[in-house]
Every structure is written in structure tokens, then in C-alpha cells.
Design a protein around this ligand. Structure first.
Ligand SMILES: NC(=O)C1=CN([C@@H]2O[C@H](COP(=O)(O)OP(=O)(O)OC[C@H]3O[C@@H](n4cnc5c(N)ncnc54)[C@H](OP(=O)(O)O)[C@@H]3O)[C@@H](O)[C@H]2O)C=CC1
Ligand SMILES: Nc1nc(=O)c2c([nH]1)NC[C@@H]1CN(c3ccc(C(=O)N[C@@H](CCC(=O)O)C(=O)O)cc3)C=[N+]21
Length: 287
């Protein structure tokens, strides 16, 4: 069997078109335009590329955007001050601090400083708590995007076994929660899991987000399973690949996301979707 491709780039494009329309409607009605602020601390080249792409996405749909490119020596105090200013800025609906931040800055303190109403990453404890209670909230972009892709691919969850490999705050843990809320029976594998194989073999839906190539052997994939590869690796020539060996995984899976062109573009689209949701909620009930 050769798996059908889940085309994240195309799905993201559709979502961006919808958001563009929504912005055109706001403009026609003379209303304020949604705005995103992105903060990058330090000069990591990969992070610089992402921040640029996020601003290009904003321009494409017609959002306003601001980029705050801070030196690696920025103190935590200075960063928190900037977040306070953006929290109070009525033209800003979403605030994203690109991770990772330098060692001398505490990630959790930074995330908690962002107003939960502007937390378009969905990382604030308030929003994580709301998600776990199944309350409407800003949801972490990568898992939210994956659920969107799965839904669009006709996936069902009830009575199905989903295995998530990786348990980070950004990817694995919220992914497992989303799948649980959707009705799947969920297994989470992580650093201390002794033998991944049986959990992978029994997965109807497999999500791999570890950041290590070859952690999951494609031969373990259940024939016909739906496979989502979140991992991202860039080699010296600039070629981007996932955690899985794509060609062999595709031979066994029923549906599969490619890298590039799978989860990544969808993550960025969900950031815009969250910014629009944050805007809509703030228009209804400004703080
Ligand atoms: N396309 C996209 O939109 C995105 C892609 N990514 C990519 O996804 C990958 C993961 O990112 P992220 O979650 O931020 O990375 P982290 O390093 O934060 O998390 C990796 C997770 O994998 C777990 N892990 C480590 N070793 C093993 C192992 N041997 N077996 C099973 N689990 C293991 C870690 O466990 P522990 O918690 O114990 O350390 C951790 O939970 C990266 O390649 C990243 O580039 C990330 C975000 C978005
Ligand atoms: N606060 C915060 N929020 C994040 O959401 C966040 C973050 N920090 N830090 C880094 C990770 C990583 N991440 C990606 C987003 C898009 C692609 C993406 O668009 N990938 C494309 C392009 C790949 C390429 O660069 O050629 C693809 O897979 O097709 C990848 C990775 C978001 N992250």
C-alpha cells in the first residue's frame, strides 16, 4: 500500500484564504484590523527564519504585525516589561515569544506574563487548564493544526487507539490531550518508555514529535494507520526531513503527512486562526 498524502500546505492555504476574507470584511466595515506581535530574543538563524515567515503570513492575510528582535543579552526584566506594554496595547491581539529563549530567561515566567487573552500559542497555564476541561480557549497551534488535518482527512477517534511519541509542552502533551478530548484511547510515549514498538504497532493514529530521526522504525507502523510526523531536521544542504523515514512509512501507512508541507504550514495557519479568535473575543469583551 502507498499512503495517501495529507497535504498540510494546501489545507493551510485554504484556511489562510478564509482568514483573508474575514479581514476584508472587517476592513469593509471600517473596523480595526487584527494584529500579532512576535518577540525573538537572540540571533538563532532558524528562529529568525520562523519569525520572518510568521510576519509574511500576517501580511498575506492582511493582519498588522510587529516584530521585536531583541539581543541575546536582553534581561528577563526587559522582556517582561515589553510583554506588559504589548498586553496594554489595544492594537495587539496576539503575542508570541519565539522559543527557546536564552538560558538566563525563565520560559514559564515569560509565558505566564502574557495576558491569557493574547496567548495565541495557547501555552499559558490558564489556557492549558481550560483546554483540559474542554472549555473554549486558545489552543496550542501544532496539535490544533494536526486535529484540523485529521478531521479534514476524515479521521474518526472513538474506539481508535492513538499513540503520541514525545511529551513536550508544545507538541506531545497537548496533542495527547486533543486526541483524548476527540474520543481516542491515547498512549503517550516519552524518554522513559522502555519499548516503543508495541505502542506504535497498535496505533491506528500515530503522532511522532521527538526531534530525533529514526526514533520510530517505519516497519512498526500498523498497516493502514494514519501517521503524523511533527519532527523537523534541516541538513547542511538545507533539505528538511521529519522524524520518520518517509518512503518506508508511506508504504505501510494509510494516510501520512510529509515533511516539509505537512504539520509545519498548518501550525503557522493556526497561529493566524488563534489571532483572529483572540481579536474576536477581545472585541466582544475588551479588558
Ligand atoms: N512542524 C511544526 O509545526 C513543529 C515541529 N516541531 C519539531 O518537533 C520536534 C519536537 O519538538 P519539541 O516537542 O519542541 O521538542 P522537545 O525537545 O521539547 O521535546 C521532545 C519530546 O520527546 C521526548 N523524547 C526524547 N527522547 C525520547 C525517546 N527516546 N523516546 C520517546 N520520547 C523521547 C522528550 O522527553 P522529555 O520530556 O523527557 O525530555 C520530549 O517530551 C522537533 O523536531 C521540532 O523541530 C516542534 C514544534 C512545531
Ligand atoms: N512560541 C513558539 N511557538 C511555536 O509554535 C514554535 C516556537 N515557539 N518555536 C519553534 C517551533 C517550531 N515551529 C514550526 C513552525 C512552522 C514550521 C514550518 O512552517 N515548517 C515548514 C517549512 C520548513 C522549512 O523551513 O523549509 C514545513 O514543514 O513545511 C516549522 C516549525 C513552531 N514553533
Amino acid at each position: 500500500m502507498t499512503a495517501a498524502l495529507i497535504d498540510g500546505k494546501a489545507e493551510a492555504g485554504l484556511l489562510l484564504d478564509e482568514i483573508t476574507h474575514a479581514v476584508e470584511n472587517l476592513r469593509a466595515k471600517g473596523q480595526r484590523i487584527p494584529g500579532l506581535a512576535v518577540i525573538l530574543v537572540g540571533e538563532d538563524p532558524a528562529s529568525q527564519i520562523y519569525v520572518r515567515k510568521k510576519r509574511e503570513d500576517c501580511a498575506q492575510v492582511g493582519f498588522t504585525s510587529q516584530a521585536h528582535l531583541l539581543s541575546a543579552q536582553t534581561t528577563q526584566h526587559e522582556l517582561l516589561d515589553l510583554i506588559d506594554r504589548l498586553n496594554a496595547d489595544d492594537t495587539v491581539d496576539g503575542i508570541l515569544v519565539q522559543l527557546p529563549v536564552p538560558q538566563h530567561i525563565d520560559t514559564e515566567t515569560v509565558i505566564e506574563r502574557i495576558s491569557p487573552t493574547k496567548d495565541v500559542d495557547g501555552f499559558h497555564p490558564y489556557n492549558v487548564g481550560r483546554l483540559s476541561l474542554r472549555l473554549p480557549t486558545l489552543r496550542p497551534c501544532t496539535p490544533y493544526g494536526i486535529i484540523h488535518l485529521l478531521d479534514r482527512a476524515g479521521e474518526t477517534y472513538k474506539g481508535r487507539h492513538a499513540t503520541v511519541v514525545g511529551a513536550s509542552n508544545i507538541v506531545g502533551r497537548p496533542m495527547a490531550l486533543e486526541l483524548l478530548l476527540a474520543g481516542a484511547t491515547v498512549t503517550i510515549c516519552h524518554r522513559f518508555t522502555r519499548n516503543l514498538r508495541p505502542y506504535v504497532e497498535s496505533a491506528d493514529i500515530l503522532v511522532v514529535g521527538v526531534g530525533k530521526r529514526g526514533i520510530v522504525n517505519s516497519d512498526w507502523i500498523k498497516p493502514g494507520a494514519t501517521v503524523i510526523d511533527v519532527g523537523m531536521h534541516r541538513d547542511k544542504s538545507g533539505r528538511v526531513t521529519g522524524d520518520l523515514e518517509f518512503a518506508t512509512a508511506r508504504e505501510r501507512a494509510g494516510k501520512i503527512t510529509p515533511v516539509p508541507g505537512g504539520v509545519g504550514p498548518m501550525t503557522r495557519a493556526m497561529l493566524l486562526q488563534n489571532t483572529l479568535s483572540a481579536y474576536t473575543r477581545r472585541q466582544r469583551s475588551p479588558e
